[in-house]
Design a binder for this molecule. Structure first.
Ligand code: SF4
Length: 179
């Protein structure tokens, strides 16, 4: 299944997300300490995906608002950001969680395998990484990568900060999904 097979109504009415891993990450978003959730049910199906065991949406624990708040409370004072590794296929459920992060004064980030940032989520995000995994091009720490990491507040592409020989970020904005 690919995302485009879901109707907008079906995407908008999905009511929950599950996750198969939760970790505090220091490098995925430069300059931020991120509480990261690997969301179950990715429909994109990249060849060579390193998280293929999370493709079933039935896997993992429920990521409720209460669970998110509890996890954030555990690391309060350490975290600066919450990073969702997927979940854009349920924009209603993801929006609720991102709003909660904002209320708790944390920045928000999304890693999506889509080649664009979903328009409906843009106002709720501080960072977005776009692009499917293509092994021959490498991840965002490779200068040849198709993937892009954007700082949405400052309208910068952060990829060069992650290269083996780092370079300055440059002005850029992500492509947006059609409304
Ligand atoms: S977007 Fe990420 S999780 Fe989804 S299939 Fe591609 S690499 Fe795997």
């Amino acid at each position: 299944m690919v995302l485009s097979t879901l109707t907008p109504a079906a995407q908008a009415t999905a009511t929950h997300l599950r996750f198969t891993a939760c970790n505090v990450l220091l490098q995925e978003i430069p300059g931020e300490v991120s509480l990261a959730y690997l969301i179950s049910g990715c429909p994109i199906g990249c060849k060579g995906c390193h998280s293929a065991d999370s493709w079933s949406a039935q896997q993992g624990e429920l990521l409720s608002a209460a669970r998110l708040q509890q996890d954030i409370g555990k690391y309060r004072g350490l975290l600066s950001c919450v990073l969702m590794l997927g979940g854009e296929w349920q924009p209603g459920a993801l929006s609720e969680l991102l709003q909660l992060c904002r209320q708790l004064e944390l920045k928000t980030a999304l890693y999506t395998g889509l080649p664009y940032c979903p328009s409906a989520l843009l106002p709720l995000l501080d960072y977005v990484k776009t692009g499917p995994w293509q092994a021959e091009l490498g991840g965002i720490n490779s200068p040849t990568s198709n993937q892009r990491l954007y700082d949405l507040r400052r309208q910068l592409c952060l990829n060069p900060l992650l290269w083996p020989n780092p370079a300055p970020a440059y002005p850029a904005k992500p492509a947006l999904a059609p409304a």
